[in-house]
Design a protein around this ligand. Structure first.
Ligand code: FE2
Length: 342
């Protein structure tokens, strides 16, 4: 997701070592690629329960990964919070994380949503869905991702770049279920159906559908949920003109992606970091975490009451382990490159 770097924090960070380094401090140094209103309560509750103060450097997912790479062993960061399965896998491959063994996390976070080696844990899920123009396309026309590559939709499909992590993870899921050759045929079919050159973010695709520039588009659910909760007339209009379909991936259900967290390899406050990851799996933290961005909690006992998510309806989610998306990420990039999905 896009997270504009907070100028003040950035200035402080560049001017000096961001956090005074002392392993004795009862603090947690957090690098979150998220900043939602509910996060203030999320962090305040942790501090209240544990006495551990949280320092934050907020930036985008990719900026935080770059920062950690350049900081190396001198990094003051304890915990990283980022989105997308492929990014989590990439950070693990780069050796940025240290494995966490926690009975509590293993019990509360379903195996589908954590790294088998304990390198990262997902805390919320989002689905990648199809938005369609009401009156032009029916949900039945887009009941599968395969429909996006059907010549019936020639000139009618809008998407962001195929190289964006959200689309790479969708292609990775296709590879996991159907193999590389079928995934490539699908990506080529999508490219052949494009209404315009891939551009913008997911919300821009929803706008293009509402404007009649295309009939269908791919988006993450939270972008649509955000519009559903909006009071702005122009955003209400986008919702009125469009609907959400829950495509199935080769009969397995709708593709899920995640946001997640990990303890960093050089965490100066390792114990506090593990406590924070465990706290994020509590029912109350799960509610803040998921609801902050209109997502679903991973912990089954955590209940979120979000009218926008309810309004989008129920769906069958792909049970594919999220770690599989990372394993196929490099192949997915090759597939979109060969398909010319720029
Ligand atoms: Fe996003």
């Amino acid at each position: 997701m896009t997270s504009p770097f907070r100028p003040l924090l950035a200035a402080i960070a560049l001017a000096c070592a961001p956090f005074p380094a002392s392993a004795q401090d009862n603090v947690l140094n957090l690098y979150p690629a998220r900043h939602y209103q509910t996060d203030e309560a999320l962090y305040a509750d942790f501090t209240k329960a544990t006495g551990i103060r949280i320092n934050r450097i907020e930036a985008s997912d990719d900026q935080l990964l770059e920062r950690l790479k350049s900081e190396g062993a001198n990094s003051p960061a304890d915990v990283l919070l980022i989105v997308d399965a492929a990014r989590l896998a990439q950070a693990k491959e780069l050796g940025l994380f240290q494995p966490v063994r926690s009975k509590l996390l293993d019990e509360r976070v379903p195996a589908q949503f954590r790294d088998p080696d304990g390198a990262w844990f997902a805390y919320s899920t989002r689905a990648r869905v199809i938005v369609y123009a009401k009156g032009v396309v029916s949900p039945a026309d887009v009941a599968t991702y395969g429909a996006l590559a059907d010549p019936k939709l020639k000139g009618k499909v809008c998407t962001r770049s195929g190289s964006h992590p959200y689309n790479l993870s969708l292609v990775a899921a296709t590879i996991a279920h159907e193999g590389e050759a079928k995934a490539e045929a699908w990506a080529k079919g999508v490219v052949a159906n494009l209404a315009r050159k891939p551009q913008g973010g997911d919300t821009d695709q929803i706008k293009a559908v509402a404007a009649g520039e295309c009939a269908v588009a791919i988006t993450n659910t939270y972008y649509y949920a955000r519009l559903l909760r909006s009071q702005k007339p122009d955003e209400r209009e986008l919702v009125a003109k469009t609907g959400v379909a829950w495509p199935s991936l080769a009969g397995h259900g709708t593709h899920l992606n995640v946001s997640g967290g990990a303890v960093l390899k050089y965490a100066p406050h390792r114990e506090n970091a593990v406590r924070f990851l465990e706290y994020l799996a509590s029912d109350s933290a799960q509610r803040y975490f998921a609801d902050g961005n209109n997502e679903w909690p991973v912990v089954r006992t955590a209940k979120v009451s979000n009218p926008a998510l309810d309004a989008m309806g129920a769906f069958a989610a792909d049970p594919l382990p999220i770690a599989a998306l990372g394993r196929h990420a490099a192949t997915a990039q090759k597939v979109v490159d060969r398909a010319g999905w720029r």
